[in-house]
Design a protein around this ligand. Sequence first.
Ligand code: CDP
Ligand code: CDP
Length: 224
Amino acid sequence: MMKLMNIAIDGPAGAGKSTVAKLVAEQLQFLYIDTGAMYRALTYAALTQNVNLENEDELDSLLEGIQIDLRHTESGVLVYVDENDVTELIRTDEVNKHVSLVASHPSVRIEMVERQRILATGSNAVLDGRDIGTYVLPQADLKVFLTASVEERARRRHEEQVKRGFPSEFEELKKDIARRDELDSTREFAPLKKADDAIEIDSTSLTIAEVVKSIIDLAKERAS
Ligand code: CDP
Ligand code: CDP
């Protein structure tokens, strides 16, 4: 049997990680694991249950008590908290604003990382996030660090939010993305950082198809 392969895609908000990771996984018939969705799901649950987001213990107990599922269906990956479909609800500005704070707590991260490693074990998988190549799967067969200018990332995210029916102001969105990048890159525990052995792809002026092709070519190269 062929050796299993893990592909790690990390990078800042709006660089195209989840779009590209999903397509790469589809084409290679790998499992796609959206780790950001897990932090978002916890943030959503915390906001709806009025948990103090500064309080690590409160968040830990909440996380312990809920099940976060990434369900693979015909119409894509659906995110569930217990039996509730939160796929769309985790993409609001409210969740965007608070998710990096929730994700900064070390014990929350340790629990999430354990869940992510269990999901990735035993499968060919593509994972996207901030710390996949540096911390979750340091032995990943292929690591990609996907970037784009902040202007372009905000433009993409704005277009997406308009389509989703969550209108948000472009300048606000850009500020939020920059703030989240700053928090994610400067937190003490497993910050957003390019792994030494990651290949950097700047997608500012690339199409989705071009990025997907580069990653698939790299994966094939690594597999042979
Ligand atoms: O889609 P976008 O890049 O805006 O965000 P995401 O990938 O859904 O991740 C949302 C937030 O979760 C990030 O801004 C990080 O604060 C956190 N996150 C993390 O800390 N580690 C990961 N592996 C994935 C996400
Ligand atoms: O997951 P991450 O936050 O890195 O980005 P995303 O949620 O995949 O969002 C990127 C948005 O930019 C999506 O609406 C894509 O259609 C678009 N896009 C892209 O992902 N890659 C390009 N090269 C060009 C556009």
